[in-house]
Design a protein around this ligand. Structure first.
Ligand SMILES: [Zn+2]
Length: 291
């Protein structure tokens, strides 16, 4: 099962690329040929800085142009020290600086943008919890005006940029919130909690290079259980744990499709919203009508 890298991975890449190449004149090429015209626009120029915005990676050059990469499902970077290896497979883009080379294979997007196009890209993205300049207020206005499930809204990159499947599932578990809760039922305090938790979890993801979401009481050591074995690594509550017991209550973790994505939740810790607010309302009405 392949998943799109989440924002923490892209922020880590931006930091690594800055360390390896910023301030250097870069030789760019496209061994595969598909990015030859773009590479020619940037090659020989100096890489000024890099940044991540959600799942989008930008390399800014001193001629005012920027490289934009979205890895998608299959995109991968590889880097190393000279000598440059012979290009193996479909290398879309190759960068060579003073001390390192880097290859990009299989991205969903690899293109050169001018400043206006970069502005358009940013404008269509929601707040990125990993950016210090993030403003979560517009995100909340969109989310709280929607009847769509909060799970789908967290995955909507125009609302929260960089949040992917694992963080969306896990942050809802940690909030005890049913993933099907409509956005318009999320109050400001609940949104603040979700946003702050996303920020904290994703920052930890950048630092560790893997996604860990369990509280200290639920680590393998604390619970005296075997560590999780999963290609994605990390200790999580619900993601890809269908049928396994919830670490908090023991209920089997449920799985189902929602908004075309895999949703995982604990039916006990995250009761469906209709079982909570909506169940109280009809009882109140029945009580009144019986009097
Ligand atoms: Zn539970």
């Amino acid at each position: 099962m392949v998943t799109v890298p989440e924002g923490h991975t892209i922020h880590r890449l931006a930091a690594r690329h800055r360390d390896l190449f910023a301030g250097q004149r870069i030789a760019l090429s496209s061994p595969q040929g598909r990015f030859a015209a773009g590479a020619a626009l940037l090659s020989g120029h100096t890489l000024v800085d890099t940044e991540a915005y959600g799942k989008h990676l930008l390399h800014h050059y001193d001629n005012g142009l920027s490289l934009h990469v979205h890895l998608g499902l299959y995109g991968r970077f590889a880097d190393g020290e000279p000598p440059l290896p012979a290009p193996i497979g479909e290398v879309r883009m190759r960068m060579a600086g003073a001390t390192h080379w880097m290859d990009l294979r299989g991205p969903a997007a690899c293109e050169v943008l001018d400043p206006a196009q970069v502005a358009v890209l940013r404008a269509r993205l929601g707040a990125d919890p990993l950016r210090d300049d993030a403003d979560p207020a517009p995100s909340y206005r969109k989310l709280s005006a929607s009847t769509r499930p909060v799970f789908a809204l967290l995955l909507d990159q125009s609302i929260v940029a960089g949040c992917g499947l694992i963080y969306a599932n896990e942050v809802l578990f940690r909030a005890g919130l049913a993933p099907t809760t409509p956005g318009r039922e999320i109050g400001p305090a609940c949104w603040d909690e979700l946003w702050e938790d996303l920020r904290a979890l994703m920052k930890e993801g950048v630092a560790r290079g893997r996604i860990d979401t369990v509280h200290t009481a639920h680590t393998p050591e604390a619970m005296q259980r075997a560590p999780r074995v999963d290609r994605h690594g990390g200790e999580v509550y619900v993601y890809r744990r269908p049928g396994l017991p919830c670490y908090v209550c023991g209920t089997a973790i449920a799985r189902g499709p929602l908004a075309g994505r895999n949703l995982y939740w604990c039916p006990t810790c995250q009761p469906l919203h209709r079982a909570r607010p909506a169940a109280r309302a009809p009882r109140a009405r029945r009580a009144r009508s019986s009097r």
